[in-house]
Design a protein around this ligand. Structure first.
Ligand SMILES: CC(C)(COP(=O)(O)OP(=O)(O)OC[C@H]1O[C@@H](n2cnc3c(N)ncnc32)[C@H](O)[C@@H]1OP(=O)(O)O)[C@@H](O)C(=O)NCCC(=O)NCCS
Length: 164
């Protein structure tokens, strides 16, 4: 009898809060992701601002005892009853495995727990993968800001999600 093939199981994505020890890897992912540059000092300052529940990293579980690298991260902030998603990036070799969506879901869950009314973000108008990710989580484009980004100059699409 032919051996039955098991369907490949999805990676186990482990999400934890970011710490100062993670920042070299975070900056490396930021640099390979083409995001507007924050750099080590800005992430460090954000950690010191007491925003740690909205600064998360994801790793993919491995059976080995060696800790797997940080696969992706998200940085959001609650301001005046709104959630602002500032940065989300996944290492290129870990993309399309549900890590970006898992990180986004986690900050949205934290925002709902805090009874935040709505979430907002800006995304480069040509960044289709990111817009597809946000749309899948329920975000809708609500506005466009002309020439919002530089290097290269590009419009921003403003997206929002009602949480209340
Ligand atoms: C955008 C980004 C964070 C997505 O991370 P990811 O872990 O690959 O995303 P996921 O695997 O969770 O994808 C979730 C959904 O988003 C959409 N999506 C993600 N990448 C996509 C792509 N390249 N093309 C089309 N849709 C895409 C799909 O709907 C996908 O669901 P599916 O795989 O079931 O079809 C990642 O591409 C990235 O780091 N890009 C560079 C940094 C960046 O642009 N950040 C956003 C700044 S605003």
């Amino acid at each position: 009898m032919a051996e039955q093939r098991k369907a490949p199981s999805r990676d186990e994505i482990i999400i934890t809060r970011m710490s100062e020890h993670d920042l070299l890897e975070i900056v490396e992912i930021e640099e390979q992701s083409g995001l507007s540059k924050w750099g080590w000092a800005a992430y460090y300052a954000e950690l010191q601002s007491g925003n740690r529940d909205l600064m998360l990293i994801a790793r993919v579980a491995r059976s080995s005892i060696i800790e797997s690298p940080i696969a992706g991260y998200i940085v959001a902030r609650e301001t005046a009853g709104e959630l602002h998603i500032n940065n989300v990036a996944v290492r290129s070799e870990y993309r399309r495995r549900g890590i970006g969506a898992a990180l986004l879901d986690r900050v949205i869950a934290e925002a709902r727990r805090r009874k935040v009314n709505a979430a907002f973000l800006e995304v480069r108008s040509a960044n289709q993968p990111a817009q597809a990710l946000y749309e899948k989580s329920g975000f809708k484009a609500i506005a466009r800001r002309a020439n919002y980004y530089s290097e290269p100059q590009e419009d921003a699409v403003v997206m929002s999600l009602v949480l209340g």
